[in-house]
Design a protein around this ligand. Sequence first.
Ligand SMILES: [Fe+2]
Length: 346
Amino acid sequence: MRFERTRRRRLAATLALLAPMLGLGLVIPAHANEVLIYSARHYGQEPAFEAFTKKTGIQIKMLSGSTGEMFERLKAEGERTPADVLLTVDAGNLWNAARAGLLSKLDSPELAANIPANLRDPENRWVGLTVRARTIMYNTTKVKPAELSTYEALGDPKWKGRICLRTSSYIYNQSLLATMIKRSGEPKTEEVVRGWVANQPILINSDTKILESIAAGQCDVGLTNHYYLARILAKDAAFPVLPFWANQQTTGTHVNVSGAGVTAHAKNRANAVKLLEYLSSPEAQQMFADVAFEYPANPQAGTNPIVAKWGKFKQDDSNVASAGEFQAAATRLADRAGLQIGASAT
Ligand SMILES: [Fe+2]
């Protein structure tokens, strides 16, 4: 009996020594009390993460970088990755991550209950956690809201020389056009973009700079994500720009998400799902959205007062996954139509 036990112990010790040589060392033991996030969402400190740790005792570790860097890292690490969660902005990026096999299925009734279906992957590999609207911004001293209506109507000749736009090289515009393609098809979307281009827009590769140009009178209207304006207004309440909710009588204003998925090879999968569930709860949603002046994805959560002041609006309710599905088509279309200066985005 004692001889058997000694033999077993010796065998275990030998296996432990051999494991790295056999490649068994690649199996990283799960650290029961942590979650490692690869994050491309950079809005400073996240109080929602601190609240999660306080509530559950689960520590959060984070590695930050651009979406491209995080993708490359996950791909290179394969099943050895220490990352449990991929957190990033734009449904187009989440869609690409899922398509590359970097995410695993989320089977969580809680996430399904907290987040509207159009803000989640139809195949359950990622979930939107905050909502951003990309809409028309206008100079309040030069434009009356009654002059505005839809994205399409920015092709009206009355806006000639008065528009600031981003190029097709940035994902935010690609996603807007991708949603249009999903709704109205390529020929119609191309007609819209050609209408904008015919108005000789000033092309600027930064949403914040577009807003500054509108305020400075360089152009009168533009298209940006809503939270860039909220950020400016938080510091300068007199900034002369307001959002106009586009397409209220038709398709609704284009919205996108920042969101997350659990990695395909997560070592702390249960904790990762628990974190996403917590981030979708009304309590965490408010904190998480507030950091970046975004809208919570969970309709039960409150909105930041600066953003709430702009009122409720009809959102385009098509699934945000179309941002990924039609991304390539949108980029080609915009390039064809001339919405391009060849510069890279910031
Ligand atoms: Fe952004």
